[in-house]
Ligand binder design. Structure first.
Ligand SMILES: [Zn+2]
Length: 239
């Protein structure tokens, strides 16, 4: 025959395990989402860097194309100037000069664009330096955080298993009636069928009870339940 005092001591062990179990489950439930957030932050940095690099590559490509054009057009201008020296017809001379003027304008515009590109590339390079610095200082931190979560997940999973096993071994020691009551309450509440008392406050639902009742609960020698949440009330010091 198990005494009420013994039942209550077992319930204290059980509610401590329930709190641990809940704690670990909460961490394990939230961990994948937390990892995803970190991965997203890392991905964003890498994407930003790649995008800026791509913009610079595009500018470089345009600049090389323009420089080739300028080279070809400059050659053409030289060629046409030589031609114009050997021309006798006034008409042909004018036409040739027009062509030269047109080409010179083109070269001028292209040179202006090259200068623009150099300025834009300079700005992009500064952007890249900023992103690179951010990556250097933050990426490692995020990767470490991710690794920490992953390693903790393994540990918490193992500990959860151990605590659950320990709890399963305690339950049969309870008297039948209390075990039944606890199981029904656990099923209904989801976290635990038992609640500790801190001051006059039930730790299951955080409602306050009359001081006299709290005083009786602290004796741990009768089965009492919270009038608000229905959990079995016990008392132990938080360590
Ligand atoms: Zn309560």
């Amino acid at each position: 025959m198990i005494s009420i005092e013994e039942d209550i001591q077992l319930l204290i062990q059980i509610v401590k395990k329930d709190i641990d179990i809940l704690d670990k489950r909460k961490f394990l439930d939230g961990a994948p989402q937390n990892i995803k957030v970190l991965e997203k932050k890392i991905q964003q940095m890498d994407d930003e860097l790649a995008e800026s690099q791509k913009a610079i590559d595009k500018l470089d490509e345009e600049r090389r194309h323009l420089e080739r054009e300028i080279g070809a057009q400059t050659d053409k201008i030289k060629q046409k100037r030589i031609e114009s020296d050997n021309i006798n017809s006034n008409e042909a001379y004018k036409a040739l000069n027009k062509e030269i003027e047109y080409l010179e304008k083109l070269v001028y515009k292209e040179e202006e664009r090259v200068l623009q590109i150099l300025e834009q590339a300079e700005i992009k390079k500064k952007e890249i330096a900023v992103i690179q610095e951010k990556i250097n200082s933050e990426k490692g931190v995020f990767l470490d955080e991710k690794k920490d979560i992953e390693e903790r997940m393994v540990r918490e999973e193992e500990q959860l298993q151990i605590i659950e096993d320990e709890k399963v071994r305690i339950l049969p020691h309870l008297s039948g009636r209390i075990n039944g009551l606890y199981s029904r309450l656990l099923k209904a509440k989801g976290d635990s069928g038992v609640a500790n008392l801190i001051g006059d406050i039930c730790q299951g639902c955080y409602s306050r009870m009359p001081p006299q009742k709290a005083h009786e609960v602290r004796r741990n020698n009768q089965i009492m339940t919270c009038e608000v949440c229905g959990r079995i009330l016990v008392y132990y010091q938080i360590d």
